[in-house]
Design a protein around this ligand. Sequence first.
Ligand code: SF4
Length: 482
Amino acid sequence: MHSPSLRVVSPASIFNLFCLPAMDADLDLLRQYNQSLPRYTSYPTAPHFTQDVGQEAFRQMVQHSNVVSPEDPLSLYLHLPFCRQLCYYCGCHMKVTHDPARIEKYLRYLKREIDLLAPRLSSRRPVTQIHWGGGTPTLLTPAQIRDLGAHLREQFRIASDAEISIEADPRGLTEEHIAAARSVGFTRLSLGVQTFDAQVQEAINRVQPKRLTRTAVRWARAHDFDSINIDLVYGLPRQTPDTFADTLAGVLNLAPDRIALYSYAHVPSVLEHQRLIPEEALPEPTERLRLFGQALETLTGPGGYRFIGMDHFAKSDDELAVAQRKGTLRRNFQGYSTRAGADVYAFGLSGIHQLSDLYAQNAKALRAYYDAIDRSELTVYRGYRPTQEDRLRRHVIMELMCNMELSKAAVEARFGIDFDRHFEGALGRLRPLSADGLVSLDQDTITVRPSGRLLVRNIASAFDAYLHNDPTDEQPTYSESV
Ligand code: SF4
């Protein structure tokens, strides 16, 4: 039984909710804009990184940043890639293991990597954000969580109000994990749920009874975590509006502070294991839109969440919602963030360092990662040095993606350009979206309209020079906008 406040909605009501007239033609419109586009956690995006930027460029940039910004805040990302079992929809950089020695070895190297990089960063730089992602960080034992957390604290000066978050899988989680995470400073917990429906769980090879999630939330609250996020996915095999309504009701009952609702990207040509998902069990495109509309209506209506944009919802007093109202929200490789102005340093396999003038990615293969550290080297193997034009476009894209509004005068003052002349092509690409009511193109500002939040990637992508100027016309595979 669903909660009476939840109901299955027609695709047309998506448009009612976002101030568009409810007509079949509007569904066609949404279909037309449903393209494969970057998520803009960086600009340019990771597929444009090259091996022209490696160890040396990264080392120099770290040195340079110590000179020009010796007191600027830092954000640290730790990648813990191991999982007990493969979820068939997974798009993360992960490795299945049942061997505790393998995890122990990785942690030894991860600590050595921290020891190699930390002394190169100015000790005056406070750490204002830490995130452990994966894989499954809570596959570590409570003792390993304490040990790694303590190691970070020995090497860095962590601000007392730092935002410290960890991703957790309710399967295999114990109260000792939660207590260990809290004891080393974690205040935010992100729980992977995806769906509460047993049939869908079976189809994605992730059987996770609801009581496990409920218990994890109870433990987090008992141990004074400030914020709980729940990850959901729509567009999964065997997912229907009825079962999705049950999942949404179950999540609302848990009242998390944030909800991330991701669209399942089925790309078996890139991720071979996704072939294990029977294509005939995937919802049709119209059905996917219905699921998304259903989530929008449920979460922003009875749920009382604010739609931050793209795939994030937050309670209206949550930091994300507050930052968006103030125009200070940013994006980095972890998604939307209130502290993303800080340089991000990444530790572990495939982690991406995100400095204002350089992107640099760590080795993706364990062998290469271990070999580099054995040579007392950092593990960066590719990256990208943004040009001034990239920085300008990144600023415009991030303003639109995060704050939904852009002041042309502010961009002109910051980058010394004539906005309308410089972005003549982009403005031309936005005109049809403006005619369709997704964005307002005024003399001084560009504003994403409520209906445009659904398709903010389409709006931002008008400014992506790599999408529109690629002479080879060979684009990387991105997920679809809805
Ligand atoms: S737990 Fe997360 S990272 Fe691990 S296989 Fe499942 S989706 Fe992928």
